[in-house]
Design a protein around this ligand. Sequence first.
Ligand SMILES: *[C@@H]1O[C@H](CO)[C@@H](O)[C@H](O)[C@H]1NC(C)=O
Ligand SMILES: *[C@@H]1O[C@H](CO)[C@@H](O)[C@H](O)[C@H]1NC(C)=O
Length: 262
Amino acid sequence: MLMKIALFAGLATILEDILAHAQGPASTDNYLNKCMLLLPEYSKKTPSPEPGLECSTFVGNSCCKKGVTLPFMTEHNWQNITDFPHCPQKATLEPQCHMQFFEELCFFLCSPDIGPWIVLASPDLKVITHRFKNIPICASVCEQWYNACQDEYTCTDNWYIGFNTSSGINRCHDVSQCFKYPEHFTNSQSFCENIWDNSFKVVPDDEPCMHFSYDATSGNNPNRAVAEARARVLSTSSSIYLDNSQILIVAFAILVSQLMNV
Ligand SMILES: *[C@@H]1O[C@H](CO)[C@@H](O)[C@H](O)[C@H]1NC(C)=O
Ligand SMILES: *[C@@H]1O[C@H](CO)[C@@H](O)[C@H](O)[C@H]1NC(C)=O
């Protein structure tokens, strides 16, 4: 009997502890100033100034270290992981398309404002452990990116899951065929949302939305307010925690009833 009471008290303490944590309102700090773990040698845990960074937008506050985009500037290939012109029809990207992908790559690797959208990557994305999902980008940003790349070729509309990556770099599956982008994507929105497996969500320019690059020299950062607004929404909605504690309460009740019956 004594043992039963001790066990009961122990379980009650654990439950109390879990509920106390679950009920405390999450702070917006939990979602801001966060970085993704991408390449260990180039990723930071939290953003900080990065003098000399090739992505000028993020020199003042960056999640990545200098050199992270190598050798994309000269090779049109990123870190021997992503080969952008991966079809035999075309060995390099057009300069305007290259520039758009460069800005998008910089945003992906270095933006200090992606925190509220970071999720764990599924294990089949071998090279990365974190990713972001549904970051709202402005429709005009998406259009510019897509329009610049009309002459490029690809063999899949989803660059996260549509390649053979067994050699470490993305290669077209034997059965897949190369077409120009407009034959894979119906419009700019389908391009921007599908190409990185819904990392981005295209929203009208008059809604809160992100830019890949901006003039940050005067301390101006239009993406910050978008991230702060999202962090506020996330920190006031505790539905996930409540669901968990409800499950715990049920589990606890089952345990208690079993103890009583023994
Ligand atoms: C890519 O691979 C080549 C050949 O293996 C190597 O020489 C080069 O250093 C690699 N580049 C990066 C950025 O890892
Ligand atoms: C993937 O590429 C490797 C060579 O790197 C090849 O041996 C393998 O058959 C390919 N798999 C598919 C499903 O295309």
